[in-house]
Design a protein around this ligand. Structure first.
Ligand SMILES: CC(C)(COP(=O)(O)OP(=O)(O)OC[C@H]1O[C@@H](n2cnc3c(N)ncnc32)[C@H](O)[C@@H]1OP(=O)(O)O)[C@@H](O)C(=O)NCCC(=O)NCCS
Length: 176
């Protein structure tokens, strides 16, 4: 059975946990975007510092990256939002569950549903949610399609990884 999860604000105790999972050697990087190098130690430190600042001055209505936790508060991943288009009615989203032991249990699907609900409630002008991934990330593509995302852009053979070529796919969900 899929565990209960929640999307929550950052807590002080999450910072070391997050910094640990940003280290290059973790497997999730290879599923997330194997065609680009994981962030450097300096970039990782900067990101964690930025998040530490949110603990003092929380962004409104909520941060561009939030924590996925189990119901007892234990952090297991993050969700994020970012804009590629100046259009305020569209946002892109991302998701990562860092420990591969947690993959394939329906958590990603549940967390993405919860993130979309938060975004819908927090940004009333939003009517389109997009995500971009690569065809090697079968789990991400399946989660998105299950939630009703439809492909709107495909760049054929955009990435090469382990001797194979993969497409870049962008999917969109109309929410209002
Ligand atoms: C991508 C990710 C969020 C998916 O979350 P998850 O909890 O593993 O996904 P779910 O269990 O909700 O669903 C996965 C679906 O993909 C399928 N799947 C998983 N791995 C698969 C594989 N290697 N081959 C084929 N299908 C696979 C599952 O069967 C399931 O489909 P179903 O519901 O039709 O049975 C998670 O694996 C993750 O965080 N990965 C690392 C970071 C990352 O890649 N982020 C996305 C960047 S765009």
């Amino acid at each position: 059975m899929t565990p209960e999860i929640e999307i929550r604000d950052w807590q002080g105790g999450d910072l070391l946990w997050f910094r640990f999972w940003l280290q290059k050697e973790h497997r999730w990087h290879r599923l997330d975007a194997p065609y680009q190098p994981p962030m450097s130690d300096e970039e990782a430190d900067e990101l964690v510092e930025e998040i530490a600042n949110w603990l003092v001055t929380p962004p409104l209505p909520f941060a561009s990256r939030m924590v996925i936790s189990l119901s007892d508060g234990e952090p297991i991943g993050t969700v994020c939002r970012y804009r590629w288009e100046s259009d305020r009615t569209t946002t892109y989203v991302g998701i990562a569950l860092y420990d591969p032991e947690l993959w394939g249990q329906g958590i990603g699907r549940k967390a993405l549903v919860a993130w979309i609900e938060l975004l819908k409630a927090g940004y009333l002008e939003l009517n389109r949610i997009c995500l971009s991934t690569w065809t090697g990330n079968t789990a991400m593509v399946r989660v998105a399609r299950h939630l009703g995302f439809k492909e709107f852009t495909r760049v054929t053979e955009a990435y090469e990884c382990g001797g194979f070529k993969y497409d870049r796919v962008s999917l969109e969900l109309t929410i209002r």
